[in-house]
Design a protein around this ligand. Structure first.
Ligand SMILES: [Mg+2]
Length: 299
């Protein structure tokens, strides 16, 4: 665990419904104090890193700066700046996406853009119609992430960037390219940001389809926490499995402090064993109850 770098998802890991998850503030404080390299890795392309600093400060986590955040908007800007430096873009998104593109020196273009870029937000019908027209004229469609919906409260969701991109895919017949988690490029760039400080990185997230899938596909360790969207009983539905499963970041903090000895073992493996592993049953009982049918979070 020593000298390990950390990529932390936010919603469902650090907070839920504008409430900190127990142990989150203490974990971040521990990482800051110990000098462990870490980044918050979020698919939400609407806020800027500075916005996220303020959000976490209001929730009770201080001592952070913009450099601690890497968003899908920044990932999209990095990708286009690296693969097509002279490109222009028509943006369907919020401040976080606009500022990331500005930082990457990708100009706005509403006449003949190289790309229509779709992020989180609530665009007007006029904006979507304009995006449709530009794609029909030759612009390529890019989305900051593939999330169809995003959690607002435990029983409330909102449409995500993936849903907006799907709208334009349907109207134009053009397929979007999706950045953000689980695209390995998100992890590649985030790991590069941590590389000067460490070579071993672990992703901590609450969603199998995004957080865990992308990490596993790039060969990175992945820790699933059960405080968000994925329940323990869901794990058997996936081909890929997290390196470890924890009830919350409070367990991760205990591990980092040396207060626990075997919580980094994979409960996915333990689940398949007929009896609990030595040390007692640390796995919460599985009682998956579907509140209502919902489409997959991401494609
Ligand atoms: Mg999450």
């Amino acid at each position: 665990m020593k000298n390990k770098g950390w990529l932390l998802d936010m919603d469902g890991v650090i907070y839920r419904e504008n409430h900190l998850i127990p142990g989150a503030a203490e974990l971040v404080a521990h990482l800051v104090e110990s000098g462990a390299p870490f980044l918050f890795l979020t698919n939400n392309s609407a806020p800027t890193p500075s916005d996220l600093v303020v959000k976490l400060r209001h929730l009770g986590i201080a001592g952070l700066s913009a450099r601690h955040f890497y968003t899908s908007a920044m990932n999209t800007a990095d990708f286009l700046a690296e693969t097509h430096p002279s490109c222009t873009a028509f943006v369907v998104g919020e401040a976080g996406l606009n500022s990331a593109l500005q930082e990457a020196k990708i100009p706005n273009d509403s006449i003949h853009p190289s790309y229509v870029i779709v992020g989180e937000g609530s665009p007007t019908a006029e904006k979507l119609i304009k995006a449709h027209e530009l794609i029909e004229k030759g612009a390529r469609l890019v989305a900051t992430n593939s999330d169809y919906w995003c959690p607002v409260k435990s029983t409330v969701t909102r449409p995500g960037a993936g849903a907006l991109a799907a709208y334009l895919e349907a109207s134009t017949g053009q397929r979007a390219y999706y950045l953000g988690k689980p695209n390995p490029y998100m992890y590649f760039r985030a790991r590069r940001l941590l590389h000067r400080q460490t070579h071993e990185v672990m992703m901590v997230g609450d969603t199998m389809e995004t957080d865990i899938r992308g990490a596993i596909e790039i060969g990175m360790q992945a820790c699933l926490v059960l405080t968000g969207s994925t329940k323990l009983g869901d794990l058997t539905n996936y081909v890929y499995q997290p390196t470890c499963v924890m009830e919350s970041v409070a367990e991760l903090l205990a591990e980092l402090k040396g207060e626990s000895t075997d919580r980094m073992k994979s409960p996915a493996l333990a689940m398949q064993q007929p009896t609990p592993h030595h040390g007692g049953d640390r796995i919460p009982s599985v009682n998956p109850v579907a509140s209502r049918p919902r489409p997959a979070m991401t494609r």
